[in-house]
Structures are given as C-alpha cells and as structure tokens.
Design a protein around this ligand. Structure first.
Ligand code: GLP
Length: 245
C-alpha cells in the first residue's frame, strides 16, 4: 500500500493494531504484538497513544515482544530500545509491565545470552505466538537486526551489526566508535512465525532497499526478501520510499 504521507499510513497501521486489540478483548484473549524501534514506527506509536487518551483504547489485554536491542546496552541509556519504547509508547498507555518483553542487552556471558534467547523464543510460543509483527527496514535489508547472511532458520540470538547499520546509528551515538558492535535480535524464523506482518518504510533513503526487498529474489543477502514467503504481509510505503518500485 502506497500513501502520499507516512502519517496517513501510520494511522492505518495503528488502526489495524487497535482493531486487533479490541477484537481479542471481545473474546477474552490477549493480543500479542511484535514491536519495532527506529524512526519508522514513531507515528504509529503516537497514534496509539492518542487512541488510548482520546478513545479509551486499553492495552490491558496486550502482550508485547520487541524485535531487538543493542548489545551491550543498559536499559536506562539514551540509545537503548527499552528507553525508546517507554518514551514513545509504554509510559503513556495502560499496558501491564509484566506483559512487556524487550531483549536484554546487559547479560555478560555467551551462555547466559544463549539461554536468554532460547527462553525469549519459548515465551513467544507459550502465549500462542505473535498475532501482528511490525517492522521497519534497514538500508542493509535487515529486519530487526537480521543483517545480510541471516538465514531463514535463524532464531533469537546475538548478532554482529553490519558496518552500514553502525554508520546509520552514528547520529544516535555521537560517533561510530560509540555504536555497539553487537545486538540481540529475534531471528527470521521468529518473525515469519507471526500471524500477520506489517513492514513500513518512509523516505527516499529507503527506495533502493525497498525495491530489492520487494522485487529481488529471496536471499540471505537481503533478509527482508524472506517476507515474500509469508502468507499475510502488508508493506506500507510513502511515495518516496516506493519511487523505485
Ligand atoms: C534499526 C532497528 C530496525 C529498524 C532499522 C531502521 O536498525 N533495529 O528494527 O527497522 O533501524 O530504522 P529507521 O526506522 O530509523 O529507519
């Protein structure tokens, strides 16, 4: 779906999320959302906060799993995805803290990280899987932090960030040398297990990778191409992002 402005598209995505939450509430179930960070979903979160305030949209029946977190990363640091989520969504809605899951960037041994990642996968399965996963896309073609080379079978794990991704993160970290070299991310298979997937991209800076993600053949070199396999994925673009399609 191509929109003139990202705001219009973001409102549509927020309204899909709200409808899911309400539909689940009506049947006494939890809505399980997979959430993303980065600049792309900010307007979606703004709209959800507005709906909470003005339309009494409740998040009490919502469970969330975030895609990723830098590693190492303390949750209270400015660049942490924990802080991002609190600032743009969680601090402003009535979600129960125990229903929020964001990968932990503070673990210190490889064994503890591996164990944690396995448990993250199990928690998603225990609540019946993700109903709706929202995604941005990085200029490397990453979804979450699944950089080129990530396989279809990959699960939640510790990864090494691509140089292009670290360059793109420079502005947030005031210098590339401050950007962590690693991250913990859900895998491609974790993402593909979601019942519905929404990928959004805005601006001409994304046009080239959007074209490769949609028209390119499926390959680990552009991990977002793996979404072409999913039965229920919607791509939301503004006109500049869609300009090379
Ligand atoms: C980060 C995140 C991704 C996100 C990407 C694009 O690398 N880990 O999940 O999709 O950035 O960011 P933006 O939305 O700011 O363009």
């Amino acid at each position: 779906e191509i929109f003139e402005h990202s705001l219009e598209a973001s409102k549509k995505i927020a309204s899909r999320i709200a409808q899911l939450i309400i539909a689940k509430k009506e049947v006494g179930q939890m809505a399980v959302l997979g959430l993303a960070t980065g600049s792309s979903p900010i307007e979606v979160y703004n709209e959800l906060v507005r709906m909470h305030r003005e339309e009494a949209l409740s998040f009490q029946n919502v469970i969330t799993f975030n895609l990723d977190e830098y590693f190492p990363m303390a949750p209270d640091r400015e660049q942490s995805y924990h802080r991002f989520m609190n600032e743009y969504l969680f601090d402003h809605v009535d979600i129960l803290p125990e229903n929020i899951h964001i990968p932990d960037g503070t673990l210190t041994s490889v064994e503890s990280v591996n164990k944690y990642c396995q448990a993250y996968e199990e928690k998603i399965d225990e609540v019946g899987g993700i109903d709706l996963q929202i995604l941005g896309i990085g200029r490397t073609g990453h979804i979450g932090f699944n950089e080129p080379g990530s396989t279809l079978e990959s699960i939640t794990r510790l990864v090494t960030l691509d140089n292009k991704t670290r360059v793109d993160a420079t502005k947030d970290f005031f210098g590339k040398h401050n950007v962590p070299k690693n991250a913990v991310t859900m895998g491609i298979s974790t993402i593909l297990k979601s019942k519905q997937v929404v990928l959004m991209a805005w601006g001409e800076g994304k046009a080239e990778i959007v074209e490769r993600a949609i028209n390119g053949h499926m390959s680990a070199q552009v991990p977002a191409t793996f979404l072409q396999n999913h039965m229920n994925v919607t791509y939301y673009f503004d006109m500049p992002a869609a300009s090379e399609l």
